[in-house]
Design a protein around this ligand. Structure first.
Ligand code: SF4
Length: 228
């Protein structure tokens, strides 16, 4: 049975609560930053694609060799896909990722003169680049705020009552209505950090959570009471 929230989750109530949640998280994670060690937009674009179903730490290790060997999109197009697969093997799904990297690099060279485009419309035209990756690049490299919806963001924003959706595009739209626009990128990072450290998928640490008094569903997981 779904628990009855004591905290209201209407749009108006959520708009009032969102800045309080943000302030609490800002205090908790003062030095937050993107955990991918990129040097330019092209590297972040490729690294974000590699990070799907993989840890940022692993991607950072693999990327050192990858970008030493291929610093520019045109460099990727001069080798066989197998050579890329060998380097990124440990990131998982290496065949599909290598294929997408090559397609992305081809599009960058053919349509954008080797540069990473700076709009959502252009970025999502690239192979393997969805709204999540595009928002990461736009937010981190070009100063355009964007809501980044990954697995942590999906889980936490549902538990925090900011959305009732599981679909990434719908969640993004819900959060854009609730979160102040100047906070979109950082709020997304807070969801990842808090999701890893406290509000984990299997066993959220509600009793130790700094957001407990601001959370409509403490001690529950997807509406089910936690076993203690
Ligand atoms: S109180 Fe529990 S469910 Fe709510 S945000 Fe914290 S850890 Fe997650």
């Amino acid at each position: 049975m779904t628990a009855t929230p004591k905290i209201k989750t209407t749009l108006t109530a959520n708009r009032e609560r969102a800045p309080l949640v943000y302030a609490r998280l800002a205090e908790l994670y003062p030095d937050i930053r993107c955990t991918l060690d990129f040097k330019n937009p092209f590297q972040l674009l490729i690294m974000t694609a590699l990070a799907a179903q993989c840890t940022d730490a692993r991607v950072n290790i693999v990327s050192v060799e990858l970008f030493e060997r291929f610093p520019h999109p045109k460099d990727f197009l001069e080798v066989d896909q197998k050579e890329i697969e060998t380097i990124i093997h440990s990131c998982g799904f290496y065949r599909q990722k290598a294929k997408n990297i090559l397609s992305t690099c081809r599009s960058l060279m053919e349509k954008f003169d080797g540069e990473v485009p700076q709009t959502m419309e252009e970025l999502v035209q690239l192979a393997g680049v969805g709204r999540k990756t595009a928002n990461v690049v736009l937010g981190e490299c070009f100063g355009h705020q964007g809501v980044i919806v990954d697995t942590h963001c999906t889980r936490l924003t549902n538990r925090l009552g900011f959305t009732k959706n599981q679909d990434a595009v719908k969640i993004e739209q819900d959060l854009m209505k609730v979160w102040p626009p100047n906070c979109w990128t950082l709020f997304s990072h807070y969801m990842v950090f808090h999701g890893r450290a406290v509000c984990t998928a299997r066993a959220p640490k509600c009793s130790q959570c700094s957001l407990r008094d601001l959370c409509p569903f403490p001690d529950t997981r997807e509406g089910k009471k936690l076993a203690r």
